[in-house]
Design a protein around this ligand. Structure first.
Ligand code: G3P
Length: 220
């Protein structure tokens, strides 16, 4: 399973990328707004921080302008993945850009029917938003199960399931159990994956006992 970091905060990305556990980054217009920085500048910096795909989203809503914006974003760096919304103009844009060899992440996916269209449009990734479905009392992980099952039926579907709108570690565990290809994680959720009180307690006990030996591993 690939881990992407879901933020445009370059200091957070640098910190987590240093662990060696980060396979890419996703951004969206809201995350770029939160960064307070120009899109081209922040995407260019992120692309230099990680080797993997960096999703940068178009903001036009019509096909011609989406294609223009997508080609512009793709020129920023070779690891840019252009994000388009799951609308008919977005799918048409996905088809055009993917045929031109540009990676595309089709975002704002909330149904299996939409995910089928994303795969038919040649998307590199489809981003189903599990947290936003949970927020309205629907079952976000049920959507992931449906998409994985459908995609597994067709060898020619090459689109990877990129689980987005992740709210907590159990979304990650459930996505892994279902065989999703990628999860994109807010930085705090990524850090929570490693945290467990019994790990902290056990480590403290090991170190306290080690202290009693008066030894050190490295020769003085
Ligand atoms: O990449 C999509 C993600 O940023 C959406 O998350 O928390 O706004 O639903 P959220």
């Amino acid at each position: 399973m690939k881990f992407f970091v879901d933020t445009a905060d370059t200091s957070e990305i640098a910190d987590l990328a240093a662990t060696g556990l980060v396979d890419g980054v996703t951004t969206n217009p809201s995350l770029v707004m939160k960064s307070g920085r120009p899109m081209r500048e922040v995407i260019g910096e992120i692309c230099a921080l990680v080797e993997g795909p960096v999703s940068a989203e178009v903001t036009a809503v019509d096909y011609d302008a989406m294609v223009k914006e997508g080609r512009y974003l793709a020129e920023i760096a070779e690891n840019v993945c252009v994000k388009v919304p799951l609308t008919m103009p977005g799918l048409k844009t996905c088809k055009t850009l993917s045929k031109a060899g540009i990676k595309v992440n089709v975002t704002l996916c909330f149904s299996a029917a939409q995910a089928i269209l994303a795969a038919k449009a040649g998307a590199t990734f489809v981003s189903p938003f599990v947290g936003r479905l949970d927020d309205i009392g629907e079952d976000g992980m049920r959507l992931i199960a449906d998409i994985v099952t459908i995609y597994d039926q067709y060898d020619h579907f090459r689109t990877e399931v990129l689980v987005a709108s992740v709210r907590h570690p159990m979304h990650v565990v459930a996505a892994a159990q279902l065989g999703a290809d990628v999860v994109t994680l807010p930085p705090d959720v990524m850090r929570k994956l490693a945290q467990h009180p019994l790990t902290d307690k056990g480590l403290a006990a090991f170190l306290a006992d080690w202290q009693k030996t008066g030894q050190s591993i490295l020769p003085s």
